[in-house]
Design a binder for this molecule. Structure first.
Ligand SMILES: Cc1cc2nc3c(=O)[nH]c(=O)nc-3n(C[C@H](O)[C@H](O)[C@H](O)COP(=O)(O)OP(=O)(O)OC[C@H]3O[C@@H](n4cnc5c(N)ncnc54)[C@H](O)[C@@H]3O)c2cc1C
Length: 348
């Protein structure tokens, strides 16, 4: 027994099993539902309930205030239907619909970007073409391991012909399963399964105001896709890309972005070191603080953020305090299993 749930941004109702959350069912059925922590802490999946009844499991009041709840808002990641229901996520204008694909890929290239970040290029063997919006991610399964989420770093192929390579930047997390395998075991020619695309922190192509892009570590992957896609579409607004890392040895693709900024007068690329080991002429401090210190005004700006959860959450809060609306902040926090468990979500 289950329920039929209509999501206003999706053409067909979805089936939600008894006890399942709306978000789990939606994501499993390929709906590009906005979400972040999946544990009631970030508010990214905030939605308006139009009809039906849902039970909400515990959530933080930062994610959903009592006032919002009283106005009929819910968190899809906490909402378990008790009846058929209809709801819509709040970001109603911003939907992309790329078909959910189950791809079999082969590792075409591997490269060390830094001491702990690998570039992985995959060629699609079966299941393509793979279309996605710049900034989205996929669930990637290496060897026999459980899938993990990784953001595509390349400009999406719009030819519809297939044949493109999918690029990922994967940082080795201490004690991690997939990222250790990528760092130590993965080889060119290996088979990799990719399911996606997912995510709603994608480039808004109709937006003409300034773009503020903030990446931390391998968070550069989706930000690279967003910025390069914007440039390839001849979007002319100012784009300020801040890339935060700990130290010199953590920087990568600096020449690439410096060259892009030379070719495109509207792009500014600013690397920021948070813990430089020696004297440096570079910007130092937290990347979001540098970005905000430079921004005289955020009028009409859209912010794209990706990387460590603490950076993304702090930056989002500061941007909101500076007057940016939540719907103009498109953020992917790279939660790991440990962080999901800490937040009270379920590890996989
Ligand atoms: C939307 C999104 C996009 C992402 N994109 C990228 C990207 O482009 N590049 C990138 O490098 N990363 C990205 N990530 C992070 C990525 O998905 C993985 O979380 C990361 O690579 C670690 O995976 P792992 O399998 O190596 O580690 P895991 O096996 O998941 O372990 C991570 C940590 O959790 C601990 N742990 C594991 N299971 C448990 C448990 N049950 N309880 C407590 N602790 C546990 C481990 O000891 C380790 O310290 C993204 C994450 C999200 C959510």
């Amino acid at each position: 027994m289950g329920f039929s749930v209509t999501i206003r941004q999706w053409p067909t109702p979805i089936a939600v099993e008894t006890g399942q959350t709306v978000l789990d069912a939606a994501v499993a059925q390929g709906v590009p539902y906005p979400y972040g922590c999946q544990s009631g802490n970030c508010g990214a999946c905030k939605s308006r309930l139009y009809s039906g009844e849902v039970e909400l499991s515990p959530y933080s009041s930062y994610a959903l205030t009592d006032e919002e709840r009283a106005q009929g808002l819910v968190l899809a990641c906490r909402a378990v239907p008790w009846s058929d229901a209809e709801l819509a996520w709040l970001d109603a204008d911003d939907v992309v619909m790329h078909p959910l694909r189950d791809l079999v890929c082969r590792v075409a290239a591997l490269e060390d970007l830094t001491h702990d970040i690998k570039l992985v290029r995959l060629a699609i063997v079966e299941g393509g073409p793979f279309t996605f919006a710049a900034g989205q991610y996929a669930a990637v399964a290496f060897g026999d391991l459980a899938p993990r989420d990784y953001s595509m770093a390349n400009v999406p192929d719009r030819s519809g012909q297939g044949g493109e390579l999918i690029e990922f930047h994967i940082r080795h997390v201490a004690g991690g399963a997939s990222s250790a395998y990528v760092a130590q075991g993965l080889a060119v020619g290996d088979t990799v399964r990719v399911k996606g695309p997912y995510g709603t922190s994608f480039l808004r192509e109709q937006h003409t105001g300034p773009i503020l892009a903030i990446a931390g570590g391998s968070g550069l992957a989706p930000i690279k896709s967003i910025v390069e896609t914007a440039l390839s579409l001849d979007m002319r607004q100012p784009m300020n890309l801040y890339f935060g890392v700990r130290d010199e040895r953590d920087l990568y693709m600096e020449d690439h972005f410096a060259a892009l900024a030379l070719r495109h007068a509207n792009l500014r690329f600013v690397p920021v070191l948070s813990s430089p080991s020696g004297a440096t002429a570079r910007r130092t401090g937290f990347v979001h603080e540098a970005a905000l210190a430079d921004a005289a005004s955020l009028d009409g700006t859209k912010a794209y953020l990706a990387g460590p959860p603490v950076m993304v959450e702090t930056a989002s809060k500061l941007l909101e305090q500076r007057g940016l609306r939540r719907e103009d902040i498109h953020a992917d926090a790279f939660y790991t299993e440990a962080e999901r468990v800490k937040l009270g979500g379920l590890g996989r």
